[in-house]
Design a protein around this ligand. Sequence first.
Ligand SMILES: Cc1cc2nc3c(=O)[nH]c(=O)nc-3n(C[C@H](O)[C@H](O)[C@H](O)COP(=O)(O)OP(=O)(O)OC[C@H]3O[C@@H](n4cnc5c(N)ncnc54)[C@H](O)[C@@H]3O)c2cc1C
Length: 455
Amino acid sequence: MAGSKVGKRAVVIGAGIGGLAAAQALTVSFDEVVVLEQDSLPAVPIPRTGVPQGRHPHGLLAGGLKALEDLLPGFGRDLAQAGAVKLNPGYDVLFERLGQGQSPRQRFEWHSYAMSRPLLELTLRRRVEQHRKITIRGGCRVMEILGASGSGIVIGVSYQTRDRAPESTRTPTTLLADLVVDASAHGTLTLAFLKATGRALPKETVIGMETHYSSAVFSAPVAAGEFKIMLTYPKPPVQLRYGYLYAAENNRWQVLLIGRGNDVPPFDGDGFLKYAQQIEPSSIYDAIKNATRVGEITQFGFRESVWRHFGRLRDLPRGLLPIGDAICRLNPVYGQGMTVALQEANMLQQLLQLQSSEKDPLAKLGQTFLANAELLIEDAWETSALPDLAYPETRGERPLDLEEKLRFRGAVSRIAARDAAFHELFSAIRHLLKPLKALEEPEILRRVQEEMAAV
Ligand SMILES: Cc1cc2nc3c(=O)[nH]c(=O)nc-3n(C[C@H](O)[C@H](O)[C@H](O)COP(=O)(O)OP(=O)(O)OC[C@H]3O[C@@H](n4cnc5c(N)ncnc54)[C@H](O)[C@@H]3O)c2cc1C
């Protein structure tokens, strides 16, 4: 299908995870793809201003790695060559929750990698920019999505370059395009375009919970035993603290402490260690208590998960697609955001291949993509929303059968802690490799119901 055309030029706003993956996807059907990124793009893996979350550990779920491999065959090899740590989620990850034993340790058929977010992004950018159709322009801030007067059809963007002249005197540049993909994470340009053209804004589902991150990097000696990742989850609704430890490139370890509500993990060295010690079980504290911290402790506050239901809008402008966090920002504690953005990019590629045989391939592209994205996001949302809603202080509409759903999830989790096959299935669901409905198979359902009845 390569070479079948949907349009001449596509413009992507933002060179984050979703934007880079979308650019690669668009090459199947466009002559030219231009990615405009507001930040100057570093040649080495360091955090940058436009991605403030990049200072905090980012787990790449196996579903995200698969989406990357589908888009860019051999991407795992690129990651390994760049220094990422290959890991088997069944064997190399310690998953703990108070009162629940460690799941059977076993090697799964699938794997993932651990690394810093800047290394993942740089490896992806290096790979994507090799494509002859793709140009990535750093230091270009998109100011507006442009429409043809009267029709409301998107025709391109206007952007400003970072130069020495004061911002008010810089003249915006216009870049025409047949398709604009908004991978800016905030999505405000898309919302502004909908408003300016008199269209309805998408309805939002919001789940509000104050979540606070404190992250630090440690060098050896980290006493993680054979584990490459340690995840200590709280037991809702009483426990509020999480702790994560991730291996990273260059023999570094990333440690993340998470508190909910008014429970804010400290950002001074002693306070950080003390907080880690109070997380039960204290495996992460035990691993880092004699390790050397490298650099500052950084903090991040997350207020709410927001899902904008663009896919339910009747009147979408031709030539405009939001993707990634611009559609749905998920609570980061479940590590799903990048995977969802990557799976959306993958789905976009498949859709472009299908639509390109249509007489007017762009006519229904936006609507179909966004309707599919609604379905794609559902599992990730359900997986993270449920545990969030178990906390009484969480804001958001609770399903009528919340109690039943939480009991079901609790039973699945308990069986997974003692049964190897179940553990692999549940892990594959958590890694967004398998759909949630895999739990509805009759034999699985029977076992879960038995477990629910036993408690
Ligand atoms: C603290 C924290 C921890 C997280 N941990 C994980 C994790 O462990 N695993 C996981 O999968 N996800 C995690 N996430 C979520 C993940 O970071 C996002 O879901 C993911 O980066 C979304 O990709 P995106 O392309 O939509 O946005 P981003 O990757 O954020 O990229 C947006 C890009 O757009 C650029 N941009 C914005 N406006 C403009 C403009 N006007 N013009 C030009 N460029 C612009 C920005 O500079 C940026 O480069 C975490 C998030 C947070 C906040």
